[in-house]
Write a protein of this length. Structure first.
Length: 159
């Protein structure tokens, strides 16, 4: 079942790249007691994700945080090495780059995407959420090929 506004986010571990290598970073650490703008992309380094989606958050990070947001987080069903490298290439220092390598979080919230036709296996749908204290207050799930309801601009407008 797909997560809905009013639902609590599940307690699952992500991976993040650190100077010492990949480390666990629980969803509780990400969301508990914080206001979080969270968005997911089908894949790091893919065209729409690299040219539009993530760059919008990089450019608008200060404006988003000025609205009382504690954390901006980007998630993909990629490994921590890929997410770390993509964050560096995109100058995403203000964005928490979360790897859901096995798709556990994505599955738990019911937002999987079958991208096997592109040779990418099971991925996350493109979506954005605003989560306040662990509870979803906004959820925008994109139609295929679109970056509208989960864009940085849409999140800013919603905040």
């Amino acid at each position: 079942m797909t997560i809905q506004v009013g639902d609590k986010v599940p307690s699952i571990n992500f991976k993040v790249m650190t100077e010492e290598g990949p480390k666990d970073h629980s969803s509780d650490e990400v969301f508990a007691g914080k206001k979080v703008v969270f968005f997911a992309v089908p894949g790091a380094f893919t065209p729409g994700c690299s040219m539009t989606h993530l760059p919008g958050f990089v450019v608008n990070a200060d404006a988003i945080k000025a609205k009382g947001v504690d954390t901006i987080a980007c998630m993909a069903v990629n490994d921590a090495f890929v997410m770390g490298a993509w964050g560096k290439v995109q100058n995403a220092e203000e964005i928490l780059m979360l790897a859901d390598g096995n798709g556990e979080f994505t599955s738990a919230i019911g937002l999987q995407l079958d991208a096997s036709g592109f040779g990418m296996g099971s991925r996350a749908q493109r979506f954005g959420m605003i989560v306040d204290g662990g509870t979803v207050t906004y959820l925008g799930i994109e139609a295929p090929g679109e970056i509208k309801v989960s864009s940085a601009e849409a999140m800013l407008e919603t905040l």
